[in-house]
Design a protein around this ligand. Sequence first.
Ligand code: HEC
Ligand code: CU
Length: 339
Amino acid sequence: MSRGKHLGRLLFVFSMIALLMAGCEEPAKSVLDPQGSTGEEQLTLIKISIYIMAFVFAVVMVIFIYVLIRYRQKPGDDSIPEQVEGSTKLELLWTVIPIILLAILAVPTVATTFSLAEKPSEEEEALTVKVTAHQYWWEFEYEDYGFKTAQELHIPKDKKVYLKLTSRDVIHSFWVPALGGKTDLNPGQTNTMTIDAKKVGTYEGRCAELCGAGHALMNFEVVVDEEQKFDQWVAQRQEPSSQPQTAAQERGEEVFSQNCMSCHAIDGAELERKGNKAPNLTGFGERDKIAGVLENNDENLEKWLKHPDKVKPGSYMPSFDFLNEKDMKSLKAYLQSLE
Ligand code: HEC
Ligand SMILES: [Cu+2]
């Protein structure tokens, strides 16, 4: 094959790699722009490994190109170069260098991994949240305050949040690109991780472990508020209002208790009895999203209730396409009135 063809192929491979890397831009953007100290520490680790890899790549490329040019076949020269085999010096060199590089990588990685899993000290007054992953939704239990919620993790700004991560079914993985991750949630086991956020805002979270058909849509939000606003949210969650105000909402409550109560709880007292089969719907009217993926509005709510599996493949919520128009309307009015 001619040298031109080789070069063409090489260029093709490089452009494909560039293309692939460009495709990673979306999630990478926020990993590379961390909004909390956990994210920052993890970015430092990413940088260490990128620098080491870049260094290795550069050294290998220089040697590679040097050898290509220096030992290429010259016109009219059919001789075979001297064949070398088993150079102790070289063998040692390319065994020891990677060991050193791996050690440089391993020490901070292991140290950071363990320190991020540690429980914050008493003085830091961390907020503890138990996170339980389910196919395909997230449950957040505020142990200090005695309530549970789903799909939205609310945390105060500048405060350590100690997460106790577990799963009800299969292995999931907790990942909020801007704040930190990825930590596995394993059934029958609790992993821990501490995160914090330095800026008010809403950050997207994902499940980062293929857990079934709905995996790609197992999204959640981390809502970071000023401490005072967070406290208000906590007070509202502790004293939720679920009393129907209108006739439609009243009918909606009836429809709900006939069709939905076997899985969903609406206020604290019923929680444990339900065995957490489905998201707690207390304060549902205030959520940004339905099931973590749809904008929370009337139209989408109906779409979800009629065919959850069309929104999220494999969802364990049954279809309620058999409710008549009036009941559906009342049910929506009731759900949206929950604060
Ligand atoms: C067999 C149990 C079951 C029944 C019955 C059930 N659901 Fe669900 N529901 C679920 C599960 C499981 C999810 C989580 C689905 C997911 O995100 O994968 C869910 C999710 C939801 C959500 C989205 C929750 C969120 O946090 O965004 C709403 C709203 C909802 N259900 C309303 C209802 C209503 C209203 C009824 C009655 C008409 C009902 N469900 C009946 C199991 C059930
Ligand atoms: Cu998952």
